[in-house]
Design a protein around this ligand. Structure first.
Ligand code: DON
Length: 566
């Protein structure tokens, strides 16, 4: 078998490297590329080795879907906090034949789940159970999603999964950030698992250590050899259900066998001369994005200017209104009737802004608990190829390392996605989001998401591919990235790195990043806004077509995010 160094070395003749001559890069020595310009294809993801795996597929004749599948599989190995086999995600693509697709591989509640499963005898919500350990796990959707994407790819699963198997089997050097993230969770990994796993190291992880994942390699090989059934049936399914039994979780063999990814109709809407393509329910992201873009469109944002008080205040007010609607109306469309047409109609959005006052803060009814949780443990990847295909994928375990439960003998983390249900109306989840009946737990139901993988078309062709992790802040991060480019004409780099602000209706406060300019915030405070400074917001991966028609891929400065292209 070819070594990982050889496989990765093959990928390294692209433009970023061509001028520098040969660069020694393999799974133990690699470099983060924050921005690249390419002509034939580009991938940007949360980890350099995962972006390289995607690029390798493009070089082998694959298209953007191939690259997206291989990148996701590699992320499941090199980015265990969020890249996953045990979680779920969404893929949005614009294909070269003009078709838009949206694949939903969100986790589902197990058949034994019930509406009040996280309430104690007194009716109080116990979010410790929806957030950590075996009861927090939804039925994983990722592997079904990869196989539902495969008909749009050109290469075989054997080719697409090869880099992931090598990275798991031979190991890779972890970064400083990964070492500290694994060390931070060490006690929880121990407490929540009944078997030893690869993620706890004595004494502690440090940058440059090699992480080898033999159990995960074996799981990946079963998927390579048996397809979907290599995960949802047979040995992997047996290991998952044995893990559930040890930890008193709910997922059964029947749940696994019945899980299906779903192809849905992408949300598409015009914004001025552009067409936006994004994720429908069970993500709230697409609808909320459409609402926000629709609410700001009539106002002269460009004339007001980037981060002007007027622009920030308008954007806060549209965020407040979209998140309020999210909390009340949105849930799994297979279970609840959601008035999507009504919520996104131009007349409704105009009416929604009738009480917007450019001089004063609006008021959300105050709910005491909940504030924005600081985490970036979902992950996004953006891909464009030279054929005109664009793919945008956001995938997650929910919190950092999900439930922190590693499937014994199978080597991967299970999600804690059950916390994205509204465990009780009005009780905030780990991102401070509240919900209602539409997002209550029910067997087989998908929990509402905020993940917003998005593509913007110009003259019918891909222009931007973007998305981000960030829990509740995902939708505002995508919204602000689009506005930064489409209204304020920022470069890809500036649009991604610009400090962000976030309002999610409840709690009624504006969260801003550490490096946000104080001057507009002073004005906003005088208008009545409560401002909270401190958290980082989003880790956006953006590919943009520049003036010369080249692909510009930018990985967020907020992480180890890295771009690759040729
Ligand atoms: O689907 C959702 O909206 C959440 N589970 C996403 C979680 C996330 O982005 C974590 N990163 N901060």
């Amino acid at each position: 078998m070819r070594s990982i160094s050889l496989i990765l070395a093959i990928t390294l003749t692209g433009t970023a490297y061509a001028q520098q001559g040969p660069v020694k890069t393999d799974a133990y020595h690699y470099k983060i590329e924050k921005a690249i310009t390419a002509s034939k294809g580009a991938v940007v993801s949360a980890h350099p080795l995962a972006s390289q795996a995607g690029l390798l597929m493009l070089r082998q004749g694959g298209n953007a879907v191939d690259a997206a599948i291989a990148t996701q599989l590699a992320l499941a190995v090199v980015y265990p906090a969020a890249g996953n086999l045990g979680g779920g995600g969404f893929l949005v693509a614009h294909l070269k034949n003009g078709k838009n697709i949206a694949i939903d591989y969100r986790e589902k509640a197990p058949a034994a789940a019930s509406r009040d499963m996280y309430l104690d005898q007194n009716g109080h919500a116990n979010t410790a159970l929806s957030q950590d350990g075996h009861l927090a796990c939804g039925i994983p959707g990722t592997v079904a999603g990869l196989f539902a994407s495969l008909p749009y790819a050109k290469l075989t699963i054997q080719q697409l999964i090869a880099p992931a198997i090598l990275l798991a089997e031979k190991g890779y050097a972890i970064t400083e950030r990964e070492a500290s993230s694994l060390n931070k969770r060490r006690d929880e990994f121990k407490k929540l698992n009944t078997q030893e796993n690869a993620f706890v190291k004595a004494p502690l992880w440090k940058a440059g250590d090699t992480l080898i994942q033999k159990d995960l390699a074996a799981t990946l090989k079963r998927i390579r050899d048996n397809g979907r059934a290599g995960f949802y049936e047979g040995e992997t399914a047996r290991l998952i259900t044995a893990e559930m039994q040890r930890g008193h979780g709910l997922i059964t063999t029947a749940d696994l066998k019945a899980y299906e990814a779903k192809e849905r109709t992408a949300v598409t809407f015009p914004y001025k001369a552009y067409q936006v393509v994004t994720m429908p329910l069970p993500s709230s992201g697409g609808i909320a994005l459409q609402q926000m873009m629709g609410m700001v469109e009539p106002y002269p944002l460009n004339a007001w200017g980037f981060h002007s008080v007027a622009a920030i205040q308008l954007m806060i007010e549209v965020e407040r209104r979209a998140y309020a609607d999210r909390a009340k109306y949105l849930g799994d469309p297979d279970f609840v009737k959601v008035p999507v047409k009504e919520l996104t109609a131009a007349s409704y959005l105009k009416g929604r802004m009738a009480d917007y006052d450019p001089k004063k803060a609006g008021i959300s009814k105050y709910v005491p608990a909940g504030s924005i949780y600081e985490s970036t443990e979902t992950t996004h990847l953006s891909v464009m190829d030279g054929e005109g295909n664009a793919v945008s994928v956001t995938t997650t375990l929910n919190g950092s390392y999900g439930s922190k439960v590693v499937v014994g003998g199978a080597g991967f983390f299970l999600n804690n996605e059950m916390d994205d249900f509204s465990v009780k109306p009005g009780v905030p989840n780990m991102y401070g989001l509240v919900g209602a009946e539409a997002n209550a737990v029910a067997p087989g139901k998908r929990m509402l998401s905020s993940m917003t993988p998005t593509i913007v078309l110009r003259k019918g062709k891909p222009y931007l591919v973007t998305g981000t992790p960030g829990g509740a802040t995902i939708i505002t991060s995508v919204f602000q990235t689009l506005i930064n480019v489409l209204e304020f004409n920022l470069s890809a780099r500036q649009a991604v790195d610009a400090p962000k602000f976030h309002h999610q209706w409840l709690p009624d406060e504006v969260v801003v990043e550490e490096d946000f300019d104080q001057t507009p915030l002073d004005h906003l405070q005088r208008m009545g806004y409560k401002i909270e400074r401190g958290t980082t917001i989003g880790r956006v991966e953006l590919i943009k077509i520049n003036e010369k028609g080249m692909l510009e891929a930018v990985g967020d400065k907020r992480g180890d995010d890295s771009a690759a292209g040729y």
